[in-house]
Design a protein around this ligand. Structure first.
Ligand SMILES: *Cc1c(COP(=O)(O)O)cnc(C)c1O
Length: 413
């Protein structure tokens, strides 16, 4: 019996239910993945007991010989994986990491450019009600209405008009590759600091599938738990000249003691990402996303930007006559998990938007390939086209479970 089972049956039961849900359902939320058993073991280890404010070799408490070694390994592996000059592995998650970048390199009220939330940006990219939007003067760019893609000429014009101190490039719901070099050129033209937020695509970049902004951007942030397949957390990479400011902003500027159990998990995940198998995974994530996008288009789905270059698909369900919220709820009931999402120029509200966002990292980690993408598109179509047919939903739930049980989830026995 596990210690949790012995001591706290209430929590144990929910973990068991969640295990079953993760095993028997199809996970299509593009920001989710299944991390390895080794990563989970590190995150559940005795390292959670230790306080280690400061950085390796410069801590405020004693007893750091093992902690320093672990954090240095995490830093070295991240440097190797992305070719970064400087890495800070302490950010608790993506949102505090972005906040630390702003705190390090801006003054309150400074002008920054970021992609608008309902066009694919993140809440930390200047949403008016978020800290980023309140503390800084965010100018938000949009995608083009016809193509669904970022128009770099529009970005350039906005930059020339507003002269931002920083330009943030990166996304949370944008299916296309980003023109990093053009962003950097524009930033240089107006003298702005270039920040890339690769939270969603870090795994595809590390796996060599998408171009990396790390060699030429000033600062690059990524979460570690999305396509990168590590534990829940983040890291900041930057050019040496920003290293001191970034480190000071993370600690003591914003955070206290780092979560060294999670940093050990990050080190293990970076080690996994340095192996050849990770390249094959990254390639397959993209292949699966393209296959799923094509299979959905064949079934009459309207995709924002008409497809994907990454792991992520954004579908506008307006022509299907089903709002995103209802689609999410009914698909949940058959064991297919994805999220409702606004589409660019959405006529509905964020809580009940027109679209759904889906992606292939988790299903790819389980070993699913093109034939399974065809099956998934078929289930999506049958459920959404028959949104009231509960008998059909019950049947599809069984079909989904049968397929899923052929693909074990890493870390779940
Ligand atoms: C997920 C994400 C974040 C924030 O990550 P959290 O760990 O959820 O705080 C930041 N930026 C982008 C682009 C993201 O997709």
């Amino acid at each position: 019996m596990s210690a949790i089972q012995t001591q706290d049956s209430e929590i144990f039961e929910f973990i068991e239910h969640e295990k079953k849900r993760q095993k028997e359902g199809i996970e299509l939320i593009p920001s989710e993945n299944y991390t390895s058993a080794a990563v989970m073991e590190a995150c559940g280890s005795i390292l959670t007991n230790k306080y280690s404010e400061g950085y390796p070799g410069k801590r405020y408490y004693g007893g750091q010989e093992n902690i320093d070694a672990i954090e240095n390994i995490a830093i070295d592996r991240a440097k190797k994986l992305f070719g970064a000059e400087h890495v800070n592995v302490q950010p608790y998650s993506g949102s505090p990491a972005n906040t630390a970048i702003y705190f390090a390199l801006l003054n309150f009220g400074d002008t920054v450019m970021g992609l608008k939330l309902d066009h694919g940006g993140h809440i930390t990219h200047g949403l008016p009600i978020a800290f980023s939007g309140k503390a800084y003067n965010f100018i938000q760019y949009e995608v083009d209405k016809n193509t669904g893609k970022i128009d770099m000429e529009v970005v350039r014009k906005l930059a020339l008009e507003h002269k931002p101190k920083m330009i943030v490039a990166g996304f949370t719901a944008y299916p296309r590759d980003i023109e990093w070099k053009k962003f950097k050129e524009i930033a240089d033209e107006v003298g702005a600091i270039s920040v890339a937020d690769i939270s969603h695509t870090a795994g595809l970049i590390a796996g060599g599938v998408l171009e990396s902004p790390v060699p030429f951007f000033d600062v690059v942030m990524t979460t570690t738990h999305k396509t990168l397949r590590g534990p829940r957390g983040a890291m900041i990479m930057c050019k040496e000249k920003f290293a001191k400011a970034i480190d000071r902003a993370v600690f003591p500027g914003l955070q206290g003691g780092p979560h060294e159990h999670i940093i050990a998990g990050k080190a293990i995940a970076f080690g996994e990402a340095l192996k050849p198998e990770f390249k094959a995974y990254a390639k397959q994530v993209q292949t699966n996303a393209r296959a799923l996008a094509e299979a959905m288009k064949k079934r009459g789905f309207t995709l924002v930007s008409d497809g994907t270059d990454t792991h992520l698909i954004l579908a506008d369900l307006t022509n299907k006559g089903v709002p995103g919220k209802q689609a999410q709820a009914v698909l949940d009931s058959v064991g297919i998990t994805l999220n409702k999402n606004t589409v660019p120029f959405d006529s509905r509200t964020p809580m009940d938007p027109s679209g759904i966002r889906l992606g292939t990292p988790a299903v790819t980690t389980r070993g699913m390939k093109e034939p399974e993408m065809e099956m998934i598109a078929d289930w999506l179509d049958r459920v959404i086209s028959n949104i009231e047919d509960t008998a059909l939903h019950a049947q599809i739930k069984e079909e989904v479970k049968t397929m899923c049980l052929k693909f074990p989830v890493p870390g779940i026995i």
